[in-house]
Design a protein around this ligand. Structure first.
Ligand SMILES: Cc1cc2nc3c(=O)[nH]c(=O)nc-3n(C[C@H](O)[C@H](O)[C@H](O)COP(=O)(O)OP(=O)(O)OC[C@H]3O[C@@H](n4cnc5c(N)ncnc54)[C@H](O)[C@@H]3O)c2cc1C
Length: 380
């Protein structure tokens, strides 16, 4: 049986995140787009209202969301501001390897501290020479007695400058290369962790990214997540979950841009009639509405498959991520077009949505990499 209706609890959750977006995120999104500061006031309020750490089990202080529920939440935050939404979701990204592979004690310790301090995590995979090609990572974590010593260089790390803990992927044995890739919990204030100045970027400026240099950073051996050699699996399993989240953020922005430009088209008059009375504009809106619906279907299906523990969640989350972010780029661009000069103006939100959408085609694996994942799955 197929049923597209949401349960009462899911509808209430959507309303809760929608209300938070309207009340807390939208009023400050331009401020953070201008300042490029980390939106601490939003994060603290999200903690106060119990809206952080969605996918973490309730017993650790999270909300116990499955992937589907996380997507419902991310669509709403993305509808307000993908940049601020990703600041919240990058915390989840940093936590996901722990959700997948940490011990109960590690989770208790980390979540205890995050909740107490209303703090965030960061996920540290990408390096200067290892972007799409994760297997080229060269950061090392060498075991010495009861410690690991970390050396290396990470780049484009969301939340880096504000994180309390970093989830760091490094080689435990450089001779074995990517087969020894492992994941570690690293306190961001450990001696030898150097966070470089914030990245200057086009969109999603309500989030922060930095390079990080690790020089002889010592962490207790017990800070490894799972065991040595599980890093690659944890990284890929993380993306199987979180790429649907990027799809949901993208979908939210596409939905908003479509709705704003539709209202505009119905009200803006040229040549004595609303511009929506021209078939050229009406058909653009029809295409935008259809793309938004299709992106939601794909996102929901990928999330549902993951939650049911069915096969090929990676293929479906890759499809959802690339489709939803591609259509977010198209729909936000069309929204700017429909609004003409006003669409291009910072007095209206669609130009920011267009800049923000671009990044969803790049992070958590570019959309070319998503097609690699899909083609490998369908051709094997
Ligand atoms: C703002 C921002 C936030 C980010 N946040 C994080 C984070 O929190 N944590 C983290 O670890 N990383 C993060 N990233 C890194 C992000 O995941 C990488 O930028 C992305 O995976 C691409 O890597 P790259 O930039 O090195 O591009 P490259 O890998 O150099 O790719 C350049 C181009 O070549 C294409 N390409 C590469 N290989 C192939 C191939 N085999 N076939 C076809 N095309 C190919 C790519 O699709 C792309 O178009 C972030 C990046 C940005 C910009």
């Amino acid at each position: 049986m197929i049923d597209f209706s949401l349960t009462k609890e899911q509808q209430e959750l959507v309303e809760k995140y929608k209300d938070f977006t309207n009340r807390v995120i939208i009023p400050v999104r331009d401020k953070y787009d201008e300042s490029t500061e980390f939106p601490w006031e939003v994060i603290k309020k999200a903690y106060d209202e119990g809206l952080m750490n969605g996918p973490v089990a309730k017993k650790f202080g999270g909300q116990g969301f499955d992937v589907f529920t996380s997507c419902l939440a991310s669509e709403e935050t993305g509808a307000g501001c993908i940049g601020i939404g990703i600041s919240m979701d990058a915390n989840t990204l940093g936590l996901t390897p722990l959700i997948i592979g940490s011990s109960e004690n590690q989770m208790k310790r980390i979540m205890g501290e995050l909740t107490e301090r209303k703090a965030v995590m960061a996920y540290c995979l990408t390096e200067p020479n290892a972007g799409s090609d994760v297997a080229s990572i060269s950061t090392t974590a060498i075991k010495k007695g009861d410690k690991y010593i970390i050396n290396g260089h990470k780049r484009f790390i969301t939340n880096a400058e504000v994180a309390t803990y970093l989830t760091v992927f490094a080689l435990a044995d450089p001779e074995r290369g990517a087969r020894s890739l492992s994941a570690f919990i690293v306190p961001a204030d450990a001696p030898g962790v150097k966070i470089l100045p914030r990245m200057r970027k086009m969109g999603q400026r309500g989030s922060v990214q930095n390079e990080i240099i690790f020089t002889d950073v010592e962490i207790p051996a017990e800070n490894i997540i799972g065991s040595e050699g599980y890093g690659f699996i944890f990284a890929m399993k993380t993306f199987d979950r979180t790429r649907t989240g990027v799809a949901a953020l993208s979908l939210g922005a596409a939905r908003s841009a479509y709705e704003i430009s539709k209202d505009w088209a119905k009200n803006r008059k040229q040549f004595g009639k609303p511009i929506s009375a021209n078939q050229a504009i009406a058909f653009m809106l029809a295409d935008m509405a259809t793309k938004v619906e299709l992106a939601r279907l794909m996102t929901w299906k990928a999330a549902w498959y993951y939650d049911q523990g069915l096969k090929t969640p990676g293929k479906l989350s890759a499809m959802a991520k690339y489709y939803a972010s591609d259509i977010a780029m198209e729909v936000t661009t069309d929204a700017v077009q429909i609004m003409g000069g006003d669409g291009y103006s910072k007095d209206f939100p669609v130009e920011k949505m267009m800049r923000d959408a671009k990044l969803c085609q790049i992070y958590e694996g570019t959309n070319q990499v998503q097609r690699l994942v899909i083609s490998k799955a369908i051709l094997k």
